[in-house]
Structure formats: structure tokens, C-alpha cells
Design a protein around this ligand. Sequence first.
Ligand SMILES: *[C@@H]1O[C@H](CO)[C@@H](O)[C@H](O)[C@H]1NC(C)=O
Ligand SMILES: *[C@@H]1O[C@H](CO)[C@@H](O)[C@H](O)[C@H]1NC(C)=O
Ligand SMILES: *[C@@H]1O[C@H](CO)[C@@H](O)[C@H](O)[C@H]1NC(C)=O
Length: 363
Amino acid sequence: MKLSLPILLGLASTALARWAEADGKEIQYSTVEGYFLQDEPDTNSDTFDYAAQNFRLLNRTYPTDHNFDPRGSKTQWERFARWVDYLNARCRRSESVRYKLLVMGRHGQGWHNAAESFYGTPAWNCYWAELDGNGTAVWADALLTAQGVQEAQKANAYFKTRFEQHGMPFFESYYSSPLSRCLQTANTTFAAGIDLPASRPFAPTIKELFRESISIHTCDRRSTKTHIHDFVPNFAFERGFTEDDELWRGDCGQGETDAHQLARAKAALDEVFASDDGTWLSVTSHSGMIGSLLTALGHRDFGLSTGQIIPVLVRAEAVAKPPPPTTTAAGFTSEATCEAPPVTSVATGCVCSTATPLMAMRL
Ligand SMILES: *[C@@H]1O[C@H](CO)[C@@H](O)[C@H](O)[C@H]1NC(C)=O
Ligand SMILES: *[C@@H]1O[C@H](CO)[C@@H](O)[C@H](O)[C@H]1NC(C)=O
Ligand SMILES: *[C@@H]1O[C@H](CO)[C@@H](O)[C@H](O)[C@H]1NC(C)=O
């Protein structure tokens, strides 16, 4: 069975329409380039570290500097924040355009990442990832490894210096994927050690649509709402968040298609932009999902290793809705797996050591 896009998106759409001009409209996104080094085509994401220099906010002037900072005493972040506020100021723009800074962080290393390195990607994809663990490590809804905790602690220390010494604006909202590795990363990064003002507390919202690509791997299956609440009682749930994971279909051998994931990324952005009038937003998510969010935002591809963070200045414009598409892309599709560790995996599937791939038996 295939789940069509409108079914998933219809289920997930719970946002309050606080951006009145976007009500009933299509929201178009673009990345505003020229502010961060990550936007530039020749920046190599493989060797990139956000902490090497100020989240890679470019050293530059803004048209608002002249009035805001005549003596040249403000920081780069303070001057950038003033410019973004100016872009958003009601008297300067049409109500149909909004700017936000999305600071998207990938979770620190989880047990599933460690296991993929340990077994190698073919054996991981075609066998081990479909199990809950191996007896010594659990990777179903994986927690962070010691390295992953350290990566989140590094982010905590780095945000602290940006906020307290470099005038980076405090976030107005925090969002996280419902998967444990992101909840733990967001919590370790922001819940303690940083002196946040009372007006901008760490009061995160768990959003279903920010979860990772929904593959047949058990690391993509989330825990129940009750379990998540016990794990991070300081996090709120978005409206409509269900007790059980209603999206994961690994037990039926089915995973989400790329088209579905991209549509989900767009839907997540639409919900946030329509319901949240803040400008400075933090999102803790995953490599695959941040990849889809970057695509939906018109940003260049930018791979993030565990614990890495990317800021994107986003311009959103509410425009007339285009006619609905006449064809519907498949939402979920069968993914290959084996009953035992495979010989290898190839682009089209798994080369199992036993004669019969498990999927073929199930279908
Ligand atoms: C930006 O300016 C700071 C302080 O002057 C300097 O340390 C840093 O290297 C500069 N960064 C870039 C990318 O030019
Ligand atoms: C289980 O996987 C972990 C990696 O996540 C590895 O460190 C450990 O050695 C594995 N245990 C066994 C019994 O192979
Ligand atoms: C969240 O952070 C608080 C404050 O540091 C801490 O007491 C709690 O154990 C953390 N929970 C998780 C799951 O990281």
C-alpha cells in the first residue's frame, strides 16, 4: 500500500494561522545569500566547522550600520540583527514577505551512527539497522554516544559565547525532532549553562515533521508521546502530536520516498512560518531532514556531520496558490533488507547471503 502525500500532509497540518496574509496562500521560500559563508558555492562542507569562526557570519557592512552604529562599536551579530529587523519592519515591507534566521543543528553522534561505522554501510543498511540493537548497544530511537554528548556540549559552550559576548540574538523559538537523539542534543545544548533572558527562555516544541527520513531502520521509529514526555518533561508537544508513531512503516518493509520527504520538509516550514512570528529560530534535526529543508529553502547542498550547525537567512513570500498537482507521487515504497548480514549492498538493493531476500518473502 502507498500513502499519498496529501494524506500525510493533511494529518500533520495543525498550525495556527498567525501570519494572516499567508492564510490560504502558497508560501515560497528562498535563501538570502551574501550573509553566511555556507551559502557560497565554493565552501567545502566536508571540512567545515561552525565553531571555527562566528557560525561563519561574514564580515561585512549593512545599509543600516550608518544610523545604528555611527561609532563602529557594535558587533557583527548586533549589526546583522538590526538589518534583519529592518527587513522585517512593517513599514518597510509588504505584509506578504517575512524574513527569519533558521539555525539548524544536526544531533550529536548516536548509537546508530556508531553502529553504521562499526559494521560498514552495506551490512548496516541491509541487516543490522532493521534490528533494535546487537546485545551491547541499542540503536532503536538511538541515544547519544559519549562523543555525541560532547558534540552537544561543544555547541552549548559555543552558543554561550555568541549570546553573551558577541551579541547574537537569543532564539525566540526552539523546535526539535521527536527522536531521542535530537531531544537530548537540544536539551544538552540549551537547557543549562547559558544565561537566557526571561523573555526568551528555552521552551522547545517537539514537531513530528522535523524527524529523520522515515526508512525501515529502527533508528527512524520514534518512542511514544508518554515515553518522550518522561524523557524530556521540559519540552512541549505541537498540537495534534499522537501517542504512537503513526508514520514509521519499517515493520511492513516500507520507507518514505525522497519526494515525500521533500514535501514533508516544505510542510514543516509552512507550519512554522504560518504560526510563529518570531525571527530567530532554532531547529534540531537530522542530516537527511536538514538536507531536505535546505532543498526546500533553495539553499545549496551542505552536508552536516554529527553535531554540526548551519544558519540560513530565509525569505518567505505568500503568493497565490497554484492549481493542485494532477499526479500524486508515491509516499512510501518498499526497501530491501536481508535475513542475515548481507554479502554487500548495491544501489538497487541488498545482495543477501541467503538465497531469498526478506522483502520478497514478505510481499
Ligand atoms: C572577520 O573578522 C574577525 C575579527 O576582525 C577576524 O578574526 C576573522 O578572521 C574575519 N573573518 C573573515 C571570514 O574574514
Ligand atoms: C554493537 O555495536 C556497537 C556499535 O554501536 C559496537 O561498539 C559493539 O562492539 C557491538 N557489539 C557486538 C557484540 O558486536
Ligand atoms: C536536560 O537538561 C537538564 C538540565 O541540564 C538535565 O537536568 C536533564 O537531565 C537533561 N535531560 C536530558 C534527557 O538530556
